[in-house]
Design a protein around this ligand. Structure first.
Ligand code: ADP
Ligand code: 5GP
Length: 198
């Protein structure tokens, strides 16, 4: 595999003059996507940043809505062109946040939400110290495993990679502004609303 340049923006600080950047992170399977969908349903004025990924679409996922599904060579080209605000490799695939779309929406005064994994969330915190960062925790590791398996959309190898990564991610929770345990779904949604709007 080609070695990609270092992550974009990692050594520069950028300012966000008008809107607000919100980073939602936490281990795979904790419920980030489900929580995000509910928040977006309640607050359609929020802008959800659609990432690019080299992962194949899961059943029901729509290109351009859930992700921009692209090849690894397309991804590498975008990295080289500096098109990502951040990017990371996760469980064998690459994921990246489109720079221009996010900055345009923030500059237009919008609340922009990124739902990304730990390495990317760290990059964003470094580049945009004013971003609000939220870490979603599972009630227990056993429950996290149950949710990943219950989702029924990943192969066994992908599940074990995600669980392995989850152990490393959970210990980083204290780095983030706000920690929310996604046990009772409604309660977790309320806590996210409070973090974003109060
Ligand atoms: P992520 O986006 O973090 O990978 P998902 O949103 O895909 O996680 O959620 C993983 C699974 O957990 C889904 O089947 C979802 O319905 C379920 N889930 C989400 N929140 C809860 C909750 N509070 N209690 C029980 N199951 C949940
Ligand atoms: P999934 O394959 O389950 O959709 O996503 C795997 C992980 O990648 C999740 O933790 C998700 O939040 C994260 N992710 C999605 N988009 C991005 C992105 O643009 N950048 C980074 N760093 N992580 C992302």
């Amino acid at each position: 595999m080609q070695v990609l340049p270092t992550h974009n923006g990692a050594n520069t600080k950028e300012c966000l003059p008008l809107g607000k950047l919100i980073v939602l992170t936490g281990p795979s399977g904790v419920g980030k996507g489900t929580l995000m969908n509910e928040i977006l349903r309640r607050y359609p004025e929020l802008h959800y940043s659609v990432s690019a990924t080299t992962r194949s679409p899961r059943p029901g996922e729509i290109n351009g809505k859930n992700y921009h599904f692209i090849s690894r060579s397309q991804f590498e080209q975008l990295v080289t062109q500096g098109e990502f605000l951040e990017w990371a490799e996760f469980a064998g695939n690459c994921y990246g946040t489109p720079r221009e779309a996010v900055l345009n929406h923030v500059q237009a005064g919008k609340l922009v939400v990124l739902e990304i994994e730990l390495a990317g969330a760290r990059q964003i915190r470094h580049t945009f110290p004013s971003a609000l960062s939220i870490f979603i925790l599972p009630p227990s590791f056993a429950e996290l495993e149950k949710r990943i398996r219950g989702r029924g959309q990943d192969a066994e190898e992908a599940i074990s990679l995600r669980l392995q990564r989850a152990e490393e991610e959970i210990v980083a929770a204290n780095e983030f502004d706000i920690k929310i345990i996604n046990d009772d779904f409604e309660q977790a949604v309320k806590e996210i609303e409070k973090a974003i709007f109060e």
